[in-house]
Design a protein. Sequence first.
Length: 337
Amino acid sequence: MRPTYFSDSKAVASMRRRRLLLALAAAPFASGLSLMPRDAHAAQGVIEGRDRWLFPAWESYAADDTQACLKVVDLIGAAVSKLAAHDVRCSLVVAPLKARAAADKLPEGAALSPAVAQRYAAILAKGKQAGLDFVDAAAALANVDTREDSTYIRADYHWSAHTAEAVADATADRLSAPGVLRGEPTDQPALGDWTEEMEYGDLAALLSPERKRAVGKDRFIVREETGGGGLLADATPVVQVVGNSMVQPYLGFPQRLAHALGRPVGLTWKFGDTGPWKTLLDYLESPAFSSQRPQAIVWQFNEGQMAYGPGASGQWDATSIMSEAAWLDRLDKALMR
């Protein structure tokens, strides 16, 4: 029987085709709207840019929070060290800010501030200094053929499926280095043909009916599912992807990673308001992890949330918020089981 190449969960089955949904749109409004540039045309938490492009107003492209991001890298480093002590490697993927990927589509007269322009590189540099394996997802954008698709979806929060696959390939390159994964690759799972769907983006859905109609629908270029989606529940992942809706199956990150590695890849993803800290705990505290630990975890973040640790009130839903000490304690307990 062919192994499962991505697995987990009821959420995958229930989202077989569309719904990118509002991955981050619910929770951040309370605190995020204060970060809107004053000169931007913003409504309902959305910034309208050039050529009907939309940007999330809860992610600032002006405010300098670099130092807070670097403190979060320290916390990530503590977690990665604990995983490594239990023979689980961890690679980090930070989805770039949409305003970074499509800076030329920001509102007239708007631009990334110098601090934000340099922030992604600062995060990676801090990670390298600490010996962490950060995948350069911003550099992977250069591998997206923009004649076929944009790097991010015009009126949606998310990166495109072509970008998801480019970042998955970059991640696979890191995990394919000699000695990183044990065992031999198996046959690569097939990827479906590209297909196109016309839908309103999740940011467009936040606009008034009149503005939504004016912005119009987007082309969602995604792959057809193959083999019933490849969901065979009895497989054992060699690599587990843990993240938010950027890595959901609809956009193809776990499938492409499995294809590139020739290894079973598992998936645990939650919407953005759960946050990366609680999502990782949910996986580590699960029976799946305690019964069969993967060789590696790919832990995915969003750049716009990198300044926020597990105790960031107003960023995560109430059940996800905890102190750093409590979070590290739960991490230790999950690894000791």
